[in-house]
Design a binder for this molecule. Structure first.
Ligand SMILES: [Zn+2]
Length: 112
């Protein structure tokens, strides 16, 4: 598992092949263009990426909301709303990164 490869959206086995098709936000290669690793190991494989995306969403929203609430004394509702908006804006990035992170997590647990 390589944080650099995850952030660059690269293959979990060779760390070089692109996971997503160029110019497309959510369309993935079926297999790694470099090493041939099949990305979607089984139907529903990427459901596990939801755990990662939820965690990333919380990690993005919580510091913003907590800072607004505790440091700037903004109301709880407005603080939560600001964190939610920020997470909503970051969602396309979160989806892409969480799928790749899930690939790397799976590769670590069960190398193929
Ligand atoms: Zn690869």
């Amino acid at each position: 598992m390589s944080l650099g490869a995850i952030l660059k959206l690269r293959c979990s086995r060779c760390l070089e092949g692109e996971v997503y098709l160029p110019g497309r936000w959510f369309a993935m290669h079926d297999v790694c263009p470099r090493c041939g690793l099949k990305y979607e190991r089984e139907p529903g494989f990427f459901l596990g990426a939801m755990y990662v995306s939820y965690t990333l969403g919380v990690l993005i929203a919580l510091p913003v909301s907590a800072t607004l609430f505790f440091k700037y004394d903004v109301g709880a509702g407005l603080s939560a709303f600001a964190g939610s908006i920020l997470t909503a804006v970051a969602t396309p990035w979160i989806v892409r990164v969480s799928r790749v992170a899930w690939l790397h997590f799976d590769q670590r647990l069960d190398p193929r």
